[in-house]
Design a protein. Structure first.
Lengths: 97, 193
């Protein structure tokens, strides 16, 4: 295959590619701006770091309480919607010990 | 307790197209950045993150850009937009970790905003963690709250240990004396903390 042909193919590819990218970025640009505008905070990143630090198996008992499972599983307004887990610093509320 | 574990559990057990799970981690050191508006905005970001930005948010953004040079939303407008967005999702779980860490003002505003959300979308579930002293403040926004103490009591620790020892995959490594020591010493030490 000639190098010229490859070059043309490459151009066509990049042409198409650029078109698609421009199109998507145009839609995404506003969406991205909107997310930034809504808040500078990035709580999902924090969740990732908390999750990575967490010891496995620690705190699972909370997830097995009837208070928790009822709160989680009831699909209507029949349960109290607010669950408050309280404790003093260092007892692992973030990691649920 | 906690939030990160609860968020993961919800994703596994309750997750799906009809469910949105929102997690927020309050931090004393970030009090300034974690204004109520920013925190509510962070919830919104998670709600719209997957499915694209709903029209009413897009319109609010365009309006803010045109009329106010892109200024951020003010709290009442943010609450309205959040309420409207929550109604678009059949089930929303909001998990807020360390609610004792924001300033009292932010906490009050946050709780009042949550109250508004739950009022218009009674199917919303709110999971909060924090030190015991904020209980009264939560009670001012929500007449009914289910509470789970995280600080382990002596009995909690004992039952937890029993459960773990009974589930030991290598029971031959255990004898009665060691078991008795574990059951005596560990709860004592933890209770002293």
């Amino acid at each position: 295959m000639s190098s010229q042909h490859q070059q043309i193919t490459g151009n066509i590819n990049s042409f198409n590619f650029n078109n698609i990218v421009n199109f998507i970025t145009e839609i995404d640009a506003e969406g991205h701006q909107i997310l930034q505008w809504l808040s500078p905070l990035e709580p999902q990143q924090r969740h990732q770091s908390v999750r990575t630090d967490r010891l496995d198996g620690v705190g699972n008992w909370v997830l097995e309480t009837t208070e928790f499972t009822k709160w989680r599983d009831a699909k209507d307004g029949s349960v109290v919607p607010v669950l408050f887990c309280y404790g003093n610093p260092g007892v692992g509320k973030t990691y649920v010990r | 307790m906690n939030s990160s574990l609860v968020v993961d559990n919800l994703c596994d057990q309750a997750g799906g197209k009809e469910v949105a799970i929102v997690g927020l981690y309050c931090d004393f050191l970030a009090q300034e950045e974690q204004s109520t508006t920013n925190m509510l905005g962070a919830m919104l970001k998670q709600l719209v993150g997957r499915g694209g930005v709903p029209v009413h948010i897009r319109e609010a953004f365009r309006k803010a850009k045109k009329e106010f040079g892109g200024r951020g939303l003010r709290l009442p407008d943010m609450v309205e937009i959040l309420k409207k967005t929550v109604t678009l999702v059949p089930r929303v779980f909001i998990c807020i970790d360390a609610l004792d860490e924001p300033t009292p003002k932010h906490r009050r505003e946050l709780l009042e905003s949550l109250r508004e959300i739950v009022r218009v979308s009674p199917n919303t579930r709110v999971f909060l963690t924090g030190r015991p002293h904020i209980d009264g403040e939560i009670g001012r926004s929500f007449t009914e709250v289910v509470k789970i103490p995280v600080s382990p009591t002596y009995a909690d620790i004992k039952s937890y240990l029993e459960m773990r020892l009974d589930g030991d995959t290598d029971p031959n490594a255990m004898d009665d004396e060691l078991r008795a020591d574990i059951m005596r010493i560990i709860p004592e030490k933890i209770s002293e903390m």
